[in-house]
Design a protein around this ligand. Structure first.
Ligand code: NAD
Ligand code: IPM
Ligand code: MN
Length: 365
């Protein structure tokens, strides 16, 4: 099959992990006689440096002409003084809007081989397999008005506003994705909100309840976000599909990195728009950029999601996931997942090569 993939490597460890993910996609293309083409484009801090804007029009055009967009990460401390609309992160938010995907799927799986790596006890993480469905185009990230009255702040005053806003239709479309995915999994949907305080959450809860009749095989529970943050660490295997608004999903999905012991293990796919967007959950990790310590497995598992959701190549997606599990079972570790491991750590590139080898061994050529 043919797949045109736009590659937006971005900042920090973004290019380091994206390189390994594209190598794996190239290997899949070679083994299966598929034709994948890769077009690189700028986003984030590197785009600000080159073009003065975090999302040049040429990048938007490249993405819209592609079948899938694979993104590394954006963010660079040297732009911390800029207002949110000028920062590298603004480029990411804008490309999400341009592509239109509203359902961000963030799986969080406890790999048996990493049981000792989580700060949680193995009996707690055992069997955990959660799929977050995070609403990605609404809520506080995009609600208007938003501003910061900075000048007044200099005089001792100051005020800033962000707006959480949702329409019923925005909730319906992402909730339906979550219900449908739950039907294909363990048929349990946990909807997260703050309905004891926020009107947006009351709308959210009422809307989810109004759809239940269409999915009689799915059990629905509602959880308030604060206690959900606790339940998630206490009994992670109690959760199947977890539906959240934008900011709650941002926070809870990072928290779920504790189940594997590293944010570097988590992939994501954003579906429902013109072109699907694929990005690992982690950021540009300036603290380890350039050291070879970045874990590329989140990005490699993101590549598997490209094949699953944009290529219809389920077998190939699973082959990548199996290859990752095998490499972990063989004891290979990047620094972030080395807790309880006595062998020497491998670098980002070495980890990519190991997955490549495991994939080559498993694929029927
Ligand atoms: P981060 O995810 O970049 O890093 C958090 C911690 O996890 C760091 O200690 C980092 O070293 C570690 N980590 C993250 N990914 C790792 C990996 N693949 N392998 C090993 N360790 C890994 O979050 P942060 O430090 O809060 O933010 C840094 C920058 O990234 C900020 O500018 C932020 O806005 C940006 N960010 C971007 C995205 C994105 O592009 N999708 C996501 C989150 C944060
Ligand atoms: C993520 C990131 C982004 C978000 C930022 C960098 C805009 O944290 O993808 O999780 O908050 O969505
Ligand atoms: Mn985040």
């Amino acid at each position: 099959m043919k797949l045109k993939i736009a590659v937006l490597a971005g900042d920090g460890i973004g290019p380091e992990v994206t390189r390994e993910a594209t190598q794996i996609l190239k290997a899949v293309a070679e083994f299966g006689n598929h034709e994948f083409t890769f077009t690189e484009a700028l986003i984030g801090g590197v785009a600000i440096t080159a073009n003065g804007t975090p999302l040049p029009q040429t990048t938007i055009d490249t993405c819209l002409e592609s079948d899938a967009v694979l993104l590394g990460a954006v963010g660079d401390n040297k732009f911390n003084h800029l207002t949110p609309d000028k920062r590298p992160e603004a480029g990411l938010l804008q490309i999400r809007q341009e592509l239109g995907g509203f359902a961000n799927l963030r799986p969080s799986v406890a790999y048996p081989a990493l049981a000792e790596n989580s700060p949680l006890r193995p009996e707690v993480t055992k069997g955990a397999d959660i799929l977050f469905v995070r609403e990605l185009l609404g809520g506080l990230y995009f609600g208007q008005p938003r501003w910061w009255n900075k000048e007044e702040g200099a005089n001792g005053g100051g005020e800033a506003i962000n707006t959480m806003r949702y329409t019923r239709d925005e909730v319906v479309r992402v909730a339906r994705v979550a219900f449908e995915l739950a039907q294909k999994r363990r048929k349990k949907l946990t909807s997260v909100d703050k309905a004891n305080v926020l009107e947006c959450s009351q709308l959210w809860r009422a809307t989810v309840d109004s759809l239940k009749a269409d999915y009689p095989d799915v059990t629905v529970e509602h959880q308030l976000v604060d206690s959900m943050a606790m339940h998630l660490m206490n009994i992670p295997r109690n959760f199947d599909v977890v539906l959240t608004e934008n900011l709650f999903g941002d926070i809870l999905s990072d928290e779920s990195g504790v189940i594997t012991g590293s944010l570097g293990m988590l992939p994501s796919a954003t579906i429902g728009g013109k072109v699907n967007l694929y990005e690992p959950v982690h950021g540009s990790a300036p603290d380890i950029a350039g050291t070879g310590k970045a874990n590329p497995l989140g990005a490699i598992l993101t590549a598997a999601m490209v094949l699953r959701h944009s290529g219809g190549l389920e077998q190939e997606a699973q082959a990548i996931e199996v290859a990752v599990a095998k490499v972990l079972e063989a004891g290979h570790r990047t620094a972030d997942i080395s807790r309880g491991n006595t062998a020497a750590n491998v670098t980002t590139q070495q980890m990519g090569k190991l997955v490549h080898q495991a994939l080559a061994e498993s694929i029927d050529r």
